[in-house]
Design a protein around this ligand. Sequence first.
Ligand code: SF4
Length: 443
Amino acid sequence: MATRLPSPPRVGMVSLGCPKNLVDSERILTKLRSDGYQMSPDYAGADVVLVNTCGFLDSAKEESLEAIGEAIAENGRVIVTGCMGQEAETIRARFPQVLAVTGAHQYEQVVDAVHEAAPPIPSPFVDLVPESGLKLTPRHYSYLKISEGCNHRCSFCIIPSIRGDLVSRRPDAILREAEKLVAAGTKELLVISQDTSAYGIDIRREPRAWKGREVVPHMTDLARELGRIAPWVRLHYVYPYPHVDSVIPLMAEGLVLPYLDIPFQHASPSVLKAMKRPANDAKVLERLRGWREVCPDIAIRSSFVVGFPGETEADFQYLLDWLDEAQLDRVGAFRFEPVEGAAANALPDPVPEEVKEERYARIMEKTAAISAAKLAAKIGRTIDVIIDEVGEEGGATGRSTADAPGIDGEVFLRDAGHLAQGDIIKVEVEDADEHDLYGVPLT
Ligand code: SF4
């Protein structure tokens, strides 16, 4: 039985006013897209309409009120944001039916209001952001989407049919957004897309002016610029194309976190071929070795699918042996599940459920043992940690450079009551288990 995906909610947007307001609209829409919303070009198709208002002049206010009135008449479910948000009473007096009114730059409140009016549908098949991130994204870390869509056609994936081919954002727009996020308190930027290493291919690497220099839309150039803006920059969904080598020195220099999230999905050449995976290169292990020579602290995170149609015991054993060699720091594993519309559903030789379960248990055992050994080797070392939460009894929870929020491990701290969310501090590691570290702050 293929899994049927419910249709994502659709948001309409009316953006008024100056270019700053337009950037705010772009940022709200980027966040909503990464939360799984689709955009509606008209009132009729929208589950909720956002009106981003301008209140600079009386004429602009009147225009904003007219736009709210039109959206209510045409759709009825309206959220107001932007400069006129300061005049919530005027808006509510004239349009008591508006669902929410938020002010300029209050991104989180607008996004929360949309979530309430038209709840997002979490889907492990299309979401880039972990579900836990959707609920909890605090101010000190932010997801930064650099492109939408994908040029690959992996046989188990329906994203290209839902989101289309790769469309990269302009580098200057991304950097502007990054600056705003950092000004609003973000310490860690999580760069996301469907294929981060392909960034810029579709816009022919055309450079754009940024702060008196030119920035080429290429993953490495973008990562370097982002590293100048935010204390921590973490790269997700990177495929190991040869040009990825050029980003590793930036990690060694400390400009970008020594972390790469590479969704390998499998190692056996025949399974990778059936999956139609990009960057399916037999020399990946050599590349990993080379990266570790340049940046010994690099943490590699990946995900794998077990029980893909046609996967034999030999293919699965190949994967386990490959994992022994690759010594990945963080691994997520999934049992293959057909998703409605995916080409892989038509492949022969489905793997029986009990075999999938057994392979899943074996890969989890293998990767937990590798992770436990790697974390044990950190005991006694001093590492950098970002604080996510400070508890009431002097404890705090944070993450090391090897831990992305929601998907990797955590660092549990004692004697940490003096710290605040978003602090980046030195920690001495005192203990470790399969996934997490335990330590004490040195600052
Ligand atoms: S690279 Fe493959 S799995 Fe990833 S979005 Fe593109 S088609 Fe889907």
